[in-house]
Design a protein around this ligand. Structure first.
Ligand SMILES: N[C@@H](CCC(=O)N[C@@H](CS)C(=O)NCC(=O)O)C(=O)O
Length: 205
């Protein structure tokens, strides 16, 4: 398998899952800052110009964080990256989707790429302000979801990999103060050997 990733991008969460699984894979750097996602070499693989992109052993390509995480969990059942019971599985997918679709795509996307949300540069600060509000609200929701638990559905699951990358962005890139349960969750994630290896490999430790 090949994981196409960019250092510190949301692909870091899938990178963590691959390290947790422990099977051989090849990390392939796609430097978003240099626009590598728009180059023909990459768009031939993923015309969406996005990471994470997973090229599987049979050459087929899987995109979209929730789909990749779900596929990795289901094809490596012994790693218990999804709980066994349907209720907890649904809760894992619920929180995974919230982290990716709301906290990341609605919140952080406004903070990181304000120009995508307004044609008027003078409005970009307002866009960023809205992004920050959405992220903060998202962390409040996740803080509640974590109440009394080490991980979102009790044991570590694919949902935690997604919450991890948003918490990492919040605390380490935006210098935000996370609510207490999210802060403890981020610290718990950072203490996992798989996470430490990935942050070293990506050069964002
Ligand atoms: N919905 C996608 C989001 C992926 C995404 O937005 N990735 C960002 C990096 S965090 C990206 O590749 N951006 C490319 C760009 O900004 O041009 C998913 O769930 O995988």
């Amino acid at each position: 398998m090949k994981l196409m990733y960019s250092p510190g991008a949301c692909s870091v969460g899938i990178h963590v899952l691959l390290e947790e699984i422990g099977k051989p894979y090849e990390p392939v750097l796609v430097n978003l800052r240099e626009g590598a996602q728009f180059k023909p070499e990459f768009t031939a693989v993923n015309p969406k110009s996005k990471v994470p992109t997973l090229v599987r052993d049979d050459g087929s390509v899987l995109t979209e964080y929730p789909a990749i995480a779900f596929w990795l969990a289901r094809t490596n059942p012994e790693k218990k990256l999804l709980p066994d019971d349907v209720e907890s599985q649904a809760r894992a997918l619920e929180t995974l989707d919230y982290a990716v679709s709301t906290i990341h795509m609605q919140g952080f996307s406004r903070l990181f790429r304000a120009s995508n949300y307004t044609p008027n540069p003078a409005d970009e600060d307002k866009v960023k302000e809205r992004g920050k509000e959405l992220v903060e609200k998202g962390f409040v929701v996740m803080d509640k979801a974590l109440g009394g638990k080490d991980y979102l559905v009790g044991a570590f699951s694919i949902a935690d990999s997604a919450l991890f990358y948003t918490e990492f962005w919040g605390a380490k890139r935006m210098n935000m103060k996370l609510p207490a349960n999210c802060e403890a969750h981020l610290n718990r994630m950072m203490a996992r050997p798989a996470v430490q290896r990935v942050l070293q490999q990506e050069g964002v430790a």
